[in-house]
Design a protein around this ligand. Sequence first.
Ligand code: GLC
Length: 475
Amino acid sequence: MTIAMIASEANPLCKTGGLADVVWSLTKELKNLGQDCFVVLPFYKCIKETPTLLFKKLKSYDVYLSWRCQTADVFSCEVRGVTFYLIGNDYYFNREDLYGYADDGERFAFYCLAVRALFGQLDLPCDIIHVHDWQTGMIPVLIKEQSKDDPRFQHTKFVMTLHNEAFKGFLDRYFVNHFFGLDDSLFDSGAIRFDGMLSTLKAGIVYADKVVAVSPNHANELLQPGDSMRLDGVLALREGDFLGIVNGVDDDEFDPENDMFIAKNYGHRDFTEGKAQCKARLLSVCELKGDGPTFGLVSRLTYQKGVEMVLRIGDELVSKGARLVILGHGECEIEQGFEELHLRHPDRCLYYRGYNNQLAHDIYSGSDFFLMPSLFEPCGIGQMIAQRYGTLPIVREVGGLKDTVIGYDGKNEDTATGFSFTDYDFGRFRDSCLQALSLYSETKTFAKLVHNAMTVDHSWARSAMAYLGLYQSIL
Ligand code: GLC
């Protein structure tokens, strides 16, 4: 089976969030399962040639966005046996960032049109076209509406994975005809309309053969009014073709037994010494003092992640002897808040603005607790990585966090892998942090939970099998 993975970001070439991890890990795992899987990406400025990453120019062709003509320059490269096709166009993609521009709608309209043409231009097979999020949601629409007589696509099926439904791909209705060349009736009938706008996310949900949320619990949430980011109506129409498949952890990158970045490797049988050395290194690189537990956080700093509650509890945790290490960037006020927390407690709290892979590995391996009190979380990867490293997550029971962490309730030390609370409420979050602090001194139970967390199977192998089963069910 040939699977074309079409996304707006993917490791190891370009990443802003978990989407990039999922596209790469799932592709590798599908290849391990013997499938023919390749990835298509925009050729962003940040994707640079290196001695080990060589680009090959394959073709240039014209892409029409209604009357506008733009050229797609297609390159390919190989990473660990996976072929990437890169769609280049300087006007759209030769920019500093991946997203965040006023013309993002047009940029990804070009991308969708260029990807549709790519199959014919390169004569690529396509049993399954797997699209991700709003940026690629129009591909099933374009092919089903405009290329239905093309023999190439006669047996093609479409899968769409929703990673973050907060982003709906809202575009003016003008795009329907004047960029995509689609009939206005698709908008007027309501098929691809949402709140009076074209929504490329909704369009993908309506046109894909199967729609996937990134965890089963989040799939349920998305069917409930109130928790669904207002997608419950359209998803209810697709209920028979909608399911949740939980993401996994990339073993090649996050495995404490083989991780080259951490101070000492360790496994679930012998973690005490390894974690102690990793913690010593974390505290020394962050120049933190004291001997209480360490709370880590690695995240985009947005309201979605519940980080304002972490800001609120920072001083209290420090006053109780804890240390805090925060890594990430995002909304300006939150960044400033962490900066101020660091300035108030320079030897107890470190805030690193941006992303630093080495520090991320040090935090996962060297912390005792990992903070992830998200407001909503389709799946979340940090909490699974933390568990692999024996760092107990403190999470809100929402989305994939509920599927992947078993909260300690004082009695379930044989199964618990972290701490959890239900309502998005500072008091509840605080209770969980205090519970974690007090468990830290009960060394035996604490070690039991660490062991439990490290032995949970969060591997991609299982999830990739679920995706493969899904593809097979529609071919
Ligand atoms: C988004 C979601 C996150 C999910 C990731 C990968 O970043 O916010 O919960 O894990 O996509 O699917």
